[in-house]
Ligand binder design. Structure first.
Ligand code: XMP
Length: 323
């Protein structure tokens, strides 16, 4: 794509000029926006860039290691990469909390605290980089009328970090242009075309209080569901194209039977939606045989689950995430 390769070139040049010999700090989530921003900056100023990746223990299965494999010391780019394994402190802060909004607040605040601590260790930086894209710019300008959920986004970072200026290299781009730029920069396709994943992570996919066991259950069930749906999407005989699909954990336990034994275990919820703007969404039809395979695999492979449910709800009245 000619336009994108010229965007990439000009942006790298412009970043070099703006940053000079300055030091840059970037919060990296592994999502497409912050990843593209980080790669642009690393191509522009290399080791003058430090990326902080906070693993809050609410990521998808193996996600922390995948992000590290790409951006870490053995990865593809030249930058300073700091992974903070903070799951214990997040779980501790969340212990016993059942209220969805309070869970979001706790995760958002703890995230900022962890980031702040890392920033302090690094010391004064000249620039704070953010993966803000054009729709974020518009959205924050409009001011939402009613807060349905308090969003947590790594793009929404703070002034409590000691820096002089903000750089937002993706400010003028729409999502599909960000993806194009990502491909142009050689970022792996699975990362470029990743489905959206909320800042509070699995914290908004676990109903009720969050425990390490529930996180393990939802991670394993979700990995199976995504694997099966990804395979179905690639299968030319089946025509499905969900925009977001994941497993969540209801807080319900119910009675089942496994071999000769009675079980009393959790129910996993599977959800897949089609949407153009994430403001409204429809449940996507997934072939029954695919759903059944998921059900069988999840119950056999994930300890602590004895029931799998399919979420039919559109948005509205539901939201895409469960919390
Ligand atoms: P809902 O659940 O509100 O989600 O229908 C709409 C879209 O937004 C994502 N989402 C979030 N993304 N921080 C984010 O960065 C958040 O706090 C957050 N909450 C929801 C959700 O995954 C869906 O794509």
């Amino acid at each position: 794509d000619w336009q994108m390769s010229s965007f990439v070139e000009t942006t790298i040049e412009a970043l070099r000029e703006k940053i000079g010999k300055g030091r840059v700090l970037c919060a990296l989530s592994g999502g497409v926006d912050s990843s593209v921003a980080a790669v642009l900056l690393s191509k522009a100023v290399g080791k003058q860039l430090t990326c902080v990746f906070v693993d809050h223990g609410l990521l998808r299965k193996d996600e922390g290691d995948e992000v590290e494999a790409i951006f870490g010391p053995n990865g593809n780019y030249e930058l300073n990469f700091i992974r903070v394994n903070a799951k214990d402190r997040f779980y501790k802060k969340l212990e016993g909390e059942e209220d969805p909004e309070r869970k979001r607040k706790i995760i958002g605040e703890e995230f900022i605290r962890v980031f702040e601590e890392e920033a302090k260790k690094i010391g004064a930086v000249d620039f704070l980089a953010q993966g803000t894209i054009y729709p974020d710019v518009i959205e924050s300008g409009l001011g939402k009328s009613a807060v349905i959920k308090s969003h947590h986004n790594v793009g929404g970072l703070p002034d409590y970090v000691d820096f002089k200026e903000i750089v937002e290299p993706l400010r003028m781009l729409f999502k599909d242009e960000v993806r194009q730029a990502g491909l142009e920069l050689g970022i792996p396709e699975y990362l470029v075309f990743r489905q959206p994943f909320p800042g509070p992570g699995l914290g908004v996919r676990i109903v009720g209080d969050i425990t390490a066991e529930k996180v393990r259950i939802v991670q394993d069930a979700d990995a199976i569901f995504r694997e099966e749906v990804d395979a179905a999407v690639k299968d030319k005989r089946i025509k499905i194209a969900p925009n977001q699909y994941f497993a969540a954990l209801s807080n319900m336990r119910s009675v089942g039977v496994m071999g000769d034994f009675r079980t009393y275990d959790y129910a996993v919820v599977l959800r897949a939606v089609c949407t153009s703007d994430f403001m409204t969404a429809d449940c996507t039809e997934i072939p029954f045989e695919v759903l059944q395979r998921c059900m069988n695999r999840i119950i056999n492979e994930v300890k602590g689950v004895n029931r799998v449910m399919w979420d039919l709800t559109s948005k509205p009245p539901g939201t895409i995430e469960l919390l």
